[in-house]
Design a protein around this ligand. Structure first.
Ligand code: NDP
Length: 481
């Protein structure tokens, strides 16, 4: 059976303890490969390699670093089909989605930061009268840790690694053990692109062992983490006494707020996407839909009709809109929330049941599920379900919409549908979120800051924000006569 090895110091290697984890194909529930179950010892080796590579890599010219990153990007493009197939098989997402979004975005991450580093600059402050000139020296941190989740595997893995290495750091990275395959393939691409040995080290395995060893390592000075809020809290607790720099991109329970004056057809089509793309397993999905009362009944009917048309099926079929959920435990977690909704007295308008896909009967398929809730504080409206489940609820006034939208512990993104520019401005200021999308969703310009407020995270990535995170700013003050 295929073995997913660590990538340390430019070489693929088995875990020192020779322990392995089963890797499941969510589309049929079968084990199809084995993953290195790495431990602290493997992380130590990865750290040593990264540490040894740091002096040379941090002194490599910007042009040379950039050229290698652009080469990695184009090699990912050249291997689009192979990577997309691997992502789809590992995650259960439609192959069409992996081909159109996940893998192109992974290559864009390398390309973007390969270019961005050539434009990155810092400030100078002349203290007139004091005869001093200050400039800010931005230096790479050293060895940094990058830990990513399973929902957008290579997309988010590369979102962290690319700015880290562009800025001159060396990296110890861990993808989710649930979806390690594309990170595994990335190693060979990096070698082929000429990335020096040890600049990127990829360690596979469980969060509480391999991940824990990264966050607890005393000499890994910064951690960029994307994942659940609970894990983020644990990482913050572990890292804080060591004063590590932390960027935490965490969970969300994002509102999709629909006013009667919006472009109705466009809103309807995009709302189906923002609810169910990637089986609803995107931190940015609009999982709480609030609709102005005057159009609530119309929306409810039209939305459910559109959702009924979605095709749940094998990820490799071109006709599939919704593939398999990522794992059996995750499917069970999502199902438990449908039960909670029923117990809370909410109304399941559509879905809620598992789907037996012919030929893939043991896959983790679930109908897209629409739930009407009567209390914005009920559990299904408050807790992150992270599956193909959305709630609907009407609102009467703009103030009430803001109150509902902000009435959760999360604050990652929000979507607003309206044609009123004044309302757009008022609400953009009031919504507690790192992103406000107006009349669109998941529209990403990689130069923009990305991150959440409240329990959705700390810090910003994206554009120069990511390069700032992965560098230390030093004030150099020169006195002149
Ligand atoms: P988890 O928090 O369970 O895991 C994320 C990563 O952390 C995995 O690689 C995991 O490894 C690792 N990990 C787990 N425990 C530890 C530990 N003690 N020390 C170090 N690393 C650890 O999240 P999921 O993978 O379940 O991803 C889903 C979550 O990610 C959702 O809450 C979602 O909202 C959030 N997310 C946030 C985004 C954002 O940009 N804000 C974007 C995408 C997702 P392993 O898998 O092996 O346990």
């Amino acid at each position: 059976m295929k073995k997913i090895l660590n990538y340390i110091n430019g070489q693929y290697a088995p875990p020192i303890a020779d322990r392995w984890l089963d890797n499941y194909n969510p589309s049929n529930g079968e084990i199809y490969s084995q993953i290195a179950a790495s431990t602290e010892e493997d992380v130590s080796l990865a750290y040593e390699a990264a540490s040894a590579a740091f002096p040379a890599w941090s002194n490599t010219s910007i042009d040379d670093r950039s050229a290698i990153m652009l080469k990695i990007a184009s090699l990912i493009d050249d291997n689009l089909e192979r990577f997309a197939m691997a992502e789809s098989m590992d995650n259960g997402k439609p192959l069409s989605l992996a081909t159109a979004i996940d893998i192109p975005r992974a290559s864009s991450n390398f390309r973007f930061f390969g270019h961005a580093i050539t434009q990155f600059s810092s400030e100078a402050h002349e203290s007139v009268g004091l005869n001093t000139m200050n400039f800010t020296l931005r230096q790479p941190i050293g060895v940094v840790g990058c830990i990513s989740p399973w929902n957008l595997p290579l997309y988010l893995f590369s979102w962290k690694i690319a700015p880290a290495i562009a800025a001159g750091n060396t990296v110890v990275a861990k993808p989710s053990e649930v979806t390690p395959m594309t990170a595994y393939l990335l190693g060979e691409i990096c070698t082929e692109a000429g990335l020096p040995d040890g600049v990127l080290n990829i360690v596979h395995g469980l969060g509480p062992s391999a991940g824990q060893a990264i966050i607890a390592h005393p000499n890994i000075k910064a951690i960029s983490f994307t994942g659940g809020t609970k894990t983020g809290e644990h990482i913050a607790r572990t890292a804080a006494p060591m004063f590590k720099k932390l960027s935490l991109e965490l969970g969300g329970k994002n509102p999709n707020i629909i006013f009667a004056d919006c472009d109705y057809e466009k809103m309807l089509a995009v709302s189906v996407k923002s609810s169910f793309t990637n089986q609803g397993q995107i931190c940015l999905c609009g999982s709480r839909i609030f609709v102005e009362k005057s159009i609530f009944d119309r929306f409810k009917t039209d939305f459910v009709a559109k959702v009924k048309e979605l095709n749940v099926g094998n990820p490799f079929e071109a006709s599939t809109d919704i593939g398999a959920l990522v794992s059996k435990p995750h499917l069970e977690k999502v199902q438990s929330y449908i039960k909670i909704a029923e117990d809370e007295g909410a109304k399941i308008l559509f879905g809620g049941k598992t789907v037996k896909v012919p030929g893939s009967e043991h896959g983790y398929y679930l109908e897209p599920t629409v739930i009407e809730v009567y209390d914005d504080q009920c559990r299904v409206n408050q807790e992150e379900i992270f599956g193909p489940v959305v709630t609907l609820m009407p609102f009467e006034t703009e103030e009430q919409a803001v109150q509902y939208a902000n009435g959760v512990m999360y604050g990652l993104s929000s979507t607003l549908w309206t044609s009123d520019l004044n309302r757009t401005m008022r609400m953009s200021k009031k919504l507690e979120a790192g992103i406000v999308w107006v009349n669109t969703w998941m529209n990403r310009d990689l130069r923009t800051p990305f991150g959440g407020v409240k329990n959705s995270g700390v810090g910003r990535e994206g554009g120069f924000e990511a390069l700032r995170f992965f560098t230390e700013a030093k004030n150099v003050c020169i006195k002149y006569e």
